[in-house]
Each structure stands twice: as structure tokens, then as C-alpha cells.
Design a protein around this ligand. Sequence first.
Ligand code: IMP
Length: 217
Amino acid sequence: MADYIKVLDSDKGYPLDMFCIPRHYEEDLESVLLPRGLIADRTERLARNIVQDMDNSGAVYALCVLKGGYKFFTDLLDCIKALNRNAETSIPMYVDFIRLKSYENDKSSGEIKVIGGDNLSNLTGKNVLIVEDIVDTGKTMQKLLNIVSKFQPASVKVASLLVKRTHRSVGYRPDYIGFEVPDEFVVGYALDYNEYFRDLSHICVINENGKKKYSTQ
Ligand code: IMP
């Protein structure tokens, strides 16, 4: 059984006029791929899987990959906190943030920059849970795992809301995956295109008009 929801290439998503889209993005999107309700329900289950796996292993140091990961991070942690409030056992959580940048327009720049973050020596000896929005080629996560491992955490797990099905993949797979999606550029739910669309609730496929309008060139 697959441990993620597979969105097929033939699945074109939902028409925009079936959902509420901000007026300022109406012309810039192809379809709604993942409505926010579906994201919320899947996130709730991922939280349960994570808590089951991490029970008895002590505190978890949750590391949010900004900016795109912030929505998934807060929603996932809210679900974990709800489980912590209501179960016989609970997992103490720490939170931290790191900022990476790899994309210009809809292409990976090839170069991944760490442009923010706390003192990662806090990770030493901890059970680290890295929370990311999307794994595309997997290069960003490989680089981050490399950086994190230098601080000798007790364990490292990765939760990514999305994984793209692409021939450019280096083969890296996160431990927890929400959805595997087609090789399209997706925006919304904090995922951006040149800093636009973070203020869109659903995960949508950007269209050519949107790419042109918000291009940096
Ligand atoms: P990777 O190194 O190719 O795996 O790229 C990972 C990073 O690229 C993610 O953390 C995102 O910031 C960004 N990214 C890749 N694909 C998309 C997309 O479809 N929409 C928005 N951001 C993306």
C-alpha cells in the first residue's frame, strides 16, 4: 500500500469557479489541484503517523523550512499538539526555522542558498523532524540533510506535504509524504512563484499567464 496519496497525471484538478479564489489570481491559475480541506484532512493523518512512530523516543525538534513550509508546519504541529492534549502519552515539541532558496521563476537555480536560520547546534542529540512544502528534484532536501547531519542529531525524519513526480528527481524520498503530484508548477498554501500566491488557500496549478505576469525577467 502506498504511504501517500497519488494525484495522477490525468487528474486535471477542479475548475477554479468551484472554489473561492482571490480575485487578484483568477486569471493566473489553471485549476485547483488540492483544496485546502483535503490538505487539512491529510495533514491530520500524517500527524497521527508521526506521533505513532515517535512515541517513546523523547522530545521532537521540529524544523520548518521557510517560507513555503510555514502553512504545512503550523497545521501539522497543531494536529500533533491536539494529539498530545488528548492521549495517554505525549511528545514534547521544540520549534525552529531555517530559510533556503533555490528557485527563480519556475526553474531551480541549481544553487541552493541557506539565507536564514537559528543556531543549528541546537539540533545536536535531538530527534529532528524537518517539515518541507515540496520535494521536486530532491536536491534542496539532500543539501539540508547534509547540513543538519553535521550537527549530529540523534535522528532525522522528513515530512513533505508534496513530492513531485519528475524525471529530474535524484531519487530522494521523504519519510512522510502527503501527496505525490504531477510535474506541474503548483502554488498556494504558502507555496510561491517569485513570492506571489502565498496568500492563496488551495494548492493550484499556475497557468502561462501567471508565469508571465509574475516573472522576474
Ligand atoms: P528541489 O531542490 O528541486 O527538490 O526543490 C525544492 C524547493 O523548490 C522547494 O522547497 C520549493 O521551495 C521549490 N519548489 C519546487 N517545486 C515547486 C512548485 O511546484 N511550486 C513552488 N515551489 C516549488
